[in-house]
Design a protein around this ligand. Structure first.
Ligand code: 13P
Length: 259
């Protein structure tokens, strides 16, 4: 089994108020054991600065991530937030391609790719989210959809830059529904993703890249995902809003085989 350090993300989406975000960050900062894994939290944008204050800067063992940004350094882009602004508050990671941005807000592959390239050039680590809809799954298109989203999303990314990339496989139908993929189905999708990465970047890069599973990960199913060879962690939505649930998922990742 290839040893890859597990990586856990908490995507808080458009949830929690300022007080709740700070309290959750404080609890994680004092109780999450990050020695054997990477942990990143993605608070809602207005609370990033406050959470940054809790985490204590770039050297924090818990990394600060942004759910969204605009790929220009500054200027007349009403309502947008730049990577420079994120860097200013020690934000080090960004999400791109999340299914809610693809499907609810209409972000196309070309924009996903543009944002990803800008973030990599700006020195950010990027989690590229991919995944199929229920209709695509029922039509047996899971691997084809994932491959296409990888192909478009990673266009122009060099082998060196790939070290800044994590992939999150999040089947759209499993997000926020309570209906997760089976660990075996997720493992099969992850294996296909890794095969594509081998085709595109070679065996060494494919063995090194980390692929998170996301979609209704909870304390009672997380261990089954982490036990799969090609699943290197989780991108957690709902369960990352509850300190005890998220801490339990982090503990399960830390104690999973391969760590
Ligand atoms: P849930 O864990 O709520 O299904 O959300 C997953 C997700 O979208 C993480 O980015």
């Amino acid at each position: 089994m290839t040893k890859r350090r597990k990586t856990i993300g908490g995507n808080w989406k458009m949830n929690l108020d300022r007080k709740g975000s700070i309290a959750l960050a404080e609890k994680l900062a004092s109780e999450a054991d990050t020695e054997s894994l990477d942990l990143c939290i993605y608070p809602a944008l207005p609370w990033l600065d406050g959470v940054a204050g809790v985490l204590g800067g770039a050297a924090s063992p818990i990394r600060l991530g942004a759910q969204n940004f605009y790929g220009k350094s500054n200027g007349s882009f009403t309502g947008e937030i730049s990577l420079e602004m994120l860097r200013d508050i020690d934000c080090q990671m960004v999400l791109v391609g999340h299914s809610e941005r693809r499907h609810k807000l209409g972000e196309p592959d070309v924009l996903v790719n543009q944002k990803l390239l800008t973030a990599l050039d700006g020195g950010f680590d990027v989690t590229l989210c991919i995944g199929e809809t229920l209709k695509q799954r029922e039509a047996d298109q899971t691997d084809a959809v994932n491959t296409a989203q990888l192909c478009y999303g990673l266009a122009g990314v060099s082998s060196q830059q790939l070290a800044q990339v994590t992939i999150a496989y999040e089947p759209v139908w499993a997000i926020g529904t309570g209906e997760s993929a089976t660990p075996e189905d997720a493992a099969s999708a992850h294996a296909a993703i890794r095969r594509y990465m081998e085709f595109a970047y070679g065996a060494e890069a494919a063995a090194a890249i980390r692929i998170q599973y996301g979609g209704s990960v909870k304390p009672d199913n997380a261990a089954d995902f982490f036990a799969q060879e090609d699943i290197d962690g989780a991108l957690v939505g709902g369960a990352s809003l509850e300190a005890e649930d998220f801490l339990q998922i982090i503990r399960l990742a830390a104690s999973a085989d391969g760590n």
